[in-house]
Design a protein around this ligand. Structure first.
Ligand code: HEC
Ligand code: HEC
Ligand code: HEC
Length: 134
């Protein structure tokens, strides 16, 4: 019983933190991740990715992904593409690695890790992210 109450208290705290964050920052809901100008695609089938940002922002901490930001930098959650522009796939601060590097905070890095822990995170290139043009 005590354990149940503790869990409930924890869940309530998480909910309050989420609401506070949502009020303090402008949190975009869906973001289309377009390639920066001048950056070459690695393959012709690579389509822009529709990223359910709001869906993630209520499940993961902001700084799980926004690694250059902190709680102190209020309003400073800048887009990854302001820095991650280089089209060299081996460049850590380049475009490709922001989304595909083996570890978080990349999309694929976090999804594959969570999958091994039993999560339902999608990992298919063209089924989850780069949906073919209709
Ligand atoms: C799962 C990873 C992830 C989480 C969690 C996350 N974000 Fe983001 N956020 C992104 C990505 C990816 C973008 C798009 C970056 C781009 O367009 O280059 C983004 C974009 C943004 C932008 C727009 C930046 C701009 O100028 O284009 C804001 C503001 C933002 N996030 C705030 C937040 C806040 C506040 C939270 C927590 C409540 C949060 N994000 C949680 C990944 C995340
Ligand atoms: C202010 C610039 C800046 C912003 C904004 C930024 N990054 Fe980075 N990121 C870097 C730099 C520089 C590196 C190289 C390693 C380092 O110095 O931390 C890096 C490294 C990474 C790596 C590790 C790559 C590897 O293979 O080692 C990932 C993944 C990543 N960033 C994802 C993101 C995501 C996702 C966002 C947006 C939610 C983001 N970054 C926003 C500058 C930035
Ligand atoms: C820090 C971890 C983390 C990162 C980084 C992350 N995700 Fe996710 N993602 C999740 C979680 C957690 C789920 C929900 C999995 C579940 O339902 O079990 C999810 C689910 C999804 C879904 C399915 C949504 C649905 O409606 O079921 C898509 C699409 C997705 N992510 C795309 C992305 C993209 C694109 C990026 C990078 C821009 C990204 N994710 C980065 C953790 C992450």
């Amino acid at each position: 019983m005590l354990r149940k109450i503790l869990l409930f208290a924890m869940a309530a705290t998480v909910a309050v933190i989420t609401v506070t964050a949502a009020l303090a920052y402008d949190v975009p809901d869906v973001i289309v991740l377009e390639r920066p100008k001048g950056n070459q695609a690695l393959n012709s089938w690579v389509t822009p990715v529709k990223f359910p940002h709001g869906f993630h922002a209520i499940r993961q901490a902001c700084r799980d992904c926004h690694h250059k930001e902190s709680d102190k930098t209020l309003g400073q959650f800048v887009g990854c593409r302001q820095c991650h522009t280089d089209d060299n796939p081996n460049e850590a601060s380049g475009f490709y690695r922001a989304w595909h590097s083996p570890g978080p905070p990349s999309c694929l890095g976090c999804h594959t890790r969570m999958r091994t822990e039993g999560g339902k995170n999608p990992v298919g290139c063209t089924t989850a992210c780069h949906k073919p043009k209709k």
